[in-house]
Write a protein that binds this ligand. Structure first.
Ligand code: ATP
Ligand code: MG
Length: 252
């Protein structure tokens, strides 16, 4: 959209006049600031077409065969862009996808300004002696339950649900949940995949944040109540997934 109304686009260090009336002018390299470096890639904050964006760059894994690595990277980028856009169509808040560049293995996303991860929000709350079963925290759990019910009713499986992959914007107490990091996502109607999604989240919350049993219970009960028949089946399935998880832990 933005491209079509602007005659000039910036690619790396070149400025190109799309009207081709002027010759190519070299400009400074695009400014980038590293936000995080994970095992799979880097996240940068940058300026792009005059606005603030997030660039998610995936780098090659040395232990994988290059062809397989290129295939996996491409599939994850496609999955991410697809799910982010699908969420927006379904009314779930996610960053806008501006561009997908398979040559540089980068996705350019809307930067959610002043955002804070739910993980850091919970840490801050704990520092301020706010209990996990307080109204404020249970409200947050309720919002998580609601957004996940909506996600799953649209058959979107996130694949890596953690409190780091949920953002809040100011005023944080009344913020909607903004979902990010869909590189492992898929589209699936089965209760099994949705239950595994919830199981991953439950484990992530309980292992990252102390005393969160009531918080998790609230998120799951709101999920079940607001997600209709689909959600009821998923919660039923979740018990089986948990049982399997425990057996795996016990017997390897
Ligand atoms: N659109 C965005 N706006 C603001 N901040 C963002 C945005 N996307 C990511 N971030 C910040 O960068 C962090 C890492 O992003 P993300 O979770 O997408 O990458 P990752 O965990 O490294 O990815 P992956 O699991 O695919 O390797 C987030 O926790 C958040 O703090
Ligand atoms: Mg992440």
């Amino acid at each position: 959209m933005i491209r079509s109304i602007l005659p000039i686009i910036i690619i790396g260090e070149k400025k190109i006049d799309k009207t081709r009336k002027n010759t190519i002018i070299r400009v400074n390299k695009m400014r980038r600031e590293l936000v995080t470096q994970g095992a799979e890639g880097r996240v940068y904050n940058a300026e792009w077409l005059g606005g603030s964006v997030i660039i998610k760059q995936r780098f090659p894994k040395q232990y994988r065969h290059p062809d397989l690595d290129a295939h996996i990277t491409r599939e994850r980028m496609k999955a991410e862009a697809r799910a982010l856009t699908r969420c927006r169509i379904c009314g779930i808040k996610t960053p806008v996808v501006f561009d997908v560049d398979f040559e540089k293995n980068e996705i350019i996303l809307e930067n959610i300004p002043q955002s804070m991860t739910v993980r850091n929000y919970i840490y801050e709350a704990a520092k301020n002696n706010i209990l996990m079963d307080s109204e404020l925290m249970l409200d947050l759990a309720e919002k998580i339950g609601q957004v996940l019910a909506k996600l799953h009713s649209n058959h979107i499986i996130h694949g890596d649900l953690t409190t780091s992959n949920m953002l809040l914007v100011p005023p944080y107490e009344s913020s909607d949940i903004i979902l990010i990091d869909f590189g492992l996502s898929s589209i699936d109607e089965r209760a099994e995949d949705k239950a595994v999604d919830l199981y991953v989240l439950e484990r992530a919350i309980l292992s990252t944040h102390p005393n969160t049993e009531p918080f998790v219970a609230q998120a799951l009960s709101v999920y079940e109540l607001s997600g209709g028949k689909v959600a009821k089946d998923v919660i039923k399935r979740l018990d089986e997934v948990k049982l399997r998880g425990r057996k795996k832990l016990c017997f390897g």
